[in-house]
Design a protein around this ligand. Structure first.
Ligand code: SAM
Ligand code: SF4
Length: 326
């Protein structure tokens, strides 16, 4: 079983996009009130007093849309410079990235994942509910310009919507050292849509890229669950995240903290969740919280054992990635 050393932190449950697979337009969402969200001091206190002492020293900031969090640049600055923090990265839809890339880089952020489901502005609008392709592309170029490395582009593949673009999206890895990662659509959030649309397996996509380019095994810095390949002559890589067709519990090294301070052992399983904010605000010290988290880490091994034995994940999960911290 892998050692857990990686925490995904949701900084906010709100988003300015309405991706059809995550927070679809027209659906009502109940958002956290400001006072329900962990403050910067609470969050950094947990990192310092609870997670780092337990060996969790790699952090990804996500959401919702993390660039909407007030004071993000200061928070990143403080997090990056905490003694013992090995790695900080961020996942964003890039809507605000053109304005923020330079500041984030200046305070020490180096790794960024950007969601880009299409190269076609109209398809992009259909998927995200927003007419913002140009702005997102400008954000990606800004991140490249200031030097983010690795720069990963996340693509959720939706049958009949953007799967015809897989070759063009993979080709983004040719000229620049960008890492394009195709993610199998999961029944999280908009499960009704999932049931209608279905999903495309990584295997199908790999075969398409194989026909078109040939693929060689590559390697890429990262601590994620992607199978990574390189197109011949490419500067970057192409990765596949196959959580539907493969069970990669064995490789899982992460836990997830929601914006309201609930720690979750597994994306697909909420049993054993721990409400760290509640304990913190009830006056419990970091030593008590460390015990709670250590218990959850033990429980995670048990959950993975069960998930592995259950085989391919086909169940539907009511909460969205934006709530869990995708
Ligand atoms: N808003 C940011 C973004 O879109 O990059 C960060 C949060 S978003 C929830 C994190 C990742 O989760 C994105 O790459 C998104 O595509 C992915 N995601 C959300 N819902 C998903 C689903 N049902 N299946 C697969 N991936 C999903
Ligand atoms: Fe927002 Fe990201 Fe979810 Fe899209 S995937 S709705 S950008 S949180």
């Amino acid at each position: 079983m892998n050692t857990v050393n990686y925490l995904r932190i949701s900084l906010i449950d709100r988003c300015n996009f309405r991706c059809s697979y995550c927070m679809p337009e027209g659906e009502e969402f109940t958002y956290l009130q400001a006072q329900e969200t962990l403050t910067d001091d609470e969050l950094l206190g947990l990192v310092q007093g609870v997670f780092l002492p337990l060996g969790i020293n790699r952090f990804r900031l996500t959401g919702g849309e993390p660039l909407l969090r007030k004071g993000l640049v200061d928070l990143v600055d403080r997090l990056v410079h905490l003694p013992g923090v090995e790695d900080v990265s961020l996942t964003t839809n890039a809507y605000r990235l053109e304005d923020m890339a330079e500041d984030l880089y200046r305070v020490g952020l180096r790794r960024i994942n950007i969601s880009l489901d299409s190269l076609d502005a109209e398809v992009f609008r259909k998927i995200t509910g927003r007419n913002h392709w140009q702005r997102v592309w400008a954000g990606i170029l800004a991140a490249h310009r200031v030097g983010f490395d690795p720069l990963k582009l996340n693509v959720v593949v939706l049958p009949g919507v953007n799967d015809h673009e897989v070759v063009d999206l993979a080709a983004l890895s040719l000229e620049r050292a960008w890492h394009v990662r195709f993610i199998e659509f999961m029944p999280i959030g908009n499960t009704e849509y999932f049931e209608q649309a279905g999903w495309v397996s990584s295997q199908t996509l790999r075969e398409r890229l194989q026909e078109c380019f040939g693929l060689t095994e590559g390697s890429c810095f990262g601590n994620g669950p992607a199978d990574v390949f390189q197109l011949p002559g490419a500067k970057g890589t192409v990765g596949f995240i196959s959580q539907m067709s493969e069970c990669f519990c064995d490789r899982c090294n992460r836990v997830r903290l929601s914006a309201n301070g609930v720690l979750r052992p597994c994306l697909l399983n909420e049993s054993g969740e721990v409400d760290l904010k509640m304990s913190l605000r009830a006056g419990m010290g970091h030593a008590y919280l460390r015990d709670q988290v250590a218990h959850l880490l033990l429980l995670k091994q048990d959950i993975h054992f069960k998930e592995r034995n259950r085989g391919t994940t086909t169940g539907a999960y009511a909460r969205t990635m934006s709530q869990i911290g995708g």
